[in-house]
Design a protein around this ligand. Structure first.
Ligand code: NDP
Length: 314
């Protein structure tokens, strides 16, 4: 076992974690970052990022994360691989253990473990990942200008993604497993009134097909009923919008979360219910979920940590 003590442990390495690392490093707090299962977070699975301010020519998701990491290292952040698998927030200093044998004690903690998009669980989703399958219309929609795309889901996210895509793509199909949408009334109306969005109710996706890139989806309408029907829908893009799972499992014993598992923060701050533990990015944000909002929250968490350590004389 490797034992480390730190003034600030940052758990997770997406835009929130790395930004928190840049700010805390520059404030001489010497943070320790544990990168987590997917170093760089969700952005490492996207291709081009064109909406991050200060990148007029666009930048790939992996490159953006590499740049943020380099910037944090430049100011002295201690960035290590590993996954936090166990925590004890009942006493201070807080304790955390990783899957690769680190035992950490920390005066303060920033949780920035992000959220993972839910997938249907079809093997084809992996096969066409980045080749037509995406879980983020805002990130990848632009590549489908004038093309045919499908969005899976019936909630607000799915409707929002379908509307966003309808301004870029020629045709948008919304694949909804139930006979109705779950989204708010206003979103439902917008979707149903949009001429190039077609809602396919009572429909499930059985598989995807295509030579190299995605070319279509195998759909089943009215599965299990007398009028069950199988058909192929030719599409260029397949967007998952069936919800996200915040990565909070390991903290829930100590940290207050909402019904969906997102960490609750106090007001405009990043304070959780445990003094000295802060949350930033998608793990505490079910609404915006953008790289830039996560980065902004990472900055806020770092400033909250700085104040906390000063006030506590730590
Ligand atoms: P939701 O949980 O609200 O909706 C998920 C949707 O995906 C449901 O229609 C669900 O179907 C469907 N779904 C789930 N699993 C599967 C599956 N395996 N196969 C097919 N369909 C599936 O998630 P959202 O991300 O849409 O929203 C999360 C929260 O964020 C909500 O509270 C929402 O209101 C909020 N939000 C608000 C926005 C806004 O106000 N602008 C924008 C985006 C989100 P079913 O209905 O059958 O369960």
């Amino acid at each position: 076992m490797n034992q480390i003590s730190t003034r600030c442990l940052i758990i997770g390495s997406g835009p929130a974690g790395y930004t928190a690392a840049i700010y805390t490093s520059r404030a001489n707090i010497a943070p320790l970052v544990i990168e987590g299962q997917q170093p760089g977070g969700q952005l490492t699975t996207t291709t081009e990022v064109e909406n991050f301010p200060g990148q007029p020519n666009g930048i790939t998701g992996p490159q953006l994360m590499e740049d943020l990491r380099t910037q944090a290292l430049k100011f002295g952040a201690d960035i290590r691989s590993g996954l936090v698998t166990e925590v004890d927030f009942s006493t201070r200093p807080f304790k955390a253990k990783t899957n690769n044998g680190l035992e950490i004690t920390a005066n303060s903690i920033i949780i920035s473990t992000g959220a993972s998009a839910r997938y249907l669980g079809l093997p084809d989703e992996q096969k066409y990942s980045g080749l037509g399958v995406s879980a983020c219309a805002t990130c990848d929609g632009f590549f489908y200008r004038g093309k045919r795309v499908a969005v899976v889901g019936g909630g607000d996210t799915a409707c929002e993604e379908a509307l966003y895509l309808s301004n870029l793509a020629a045709d948008v199909f919304l694949i909804v497993r139930k006979p109705h949408l779950r989204a708010s009334k206003v979103m439902q109306e917008r979707v149903l009134n949009k001429s190039n969005i077609k809602v396919l109710f009572n429909t499930n996706t059985a598989g995807l097909f295509g030579e190299e890139y995605l070319e279509g989806a195998h759909l089943v309408e009215n599965a299990g009923k007398e009028n069950e029907q199988h058909y192929d829908l030719p599409i260029d893009g397949f967007f998952l919008a069936i919800g996200h799972n915040p990565n909070t499992e390991v903290f829930r014993q100590y940290i207050d979360c909402d019904a969906a598992g997102y960490i609750k923060v106090k007001g405009e701050t990043t304070h959780t219910n445990v003094p000295g533990i802060f949350a930033a990015g998608d793990v505490a944000d079910p609404i915006y979920r953008q790289a830039i909002t996560a980065a902004g929250m990472g900055c806020k968490a770092a400033l909250d940590v700085e104040r906390f350590l000063n006030e506590e004389g730590l």
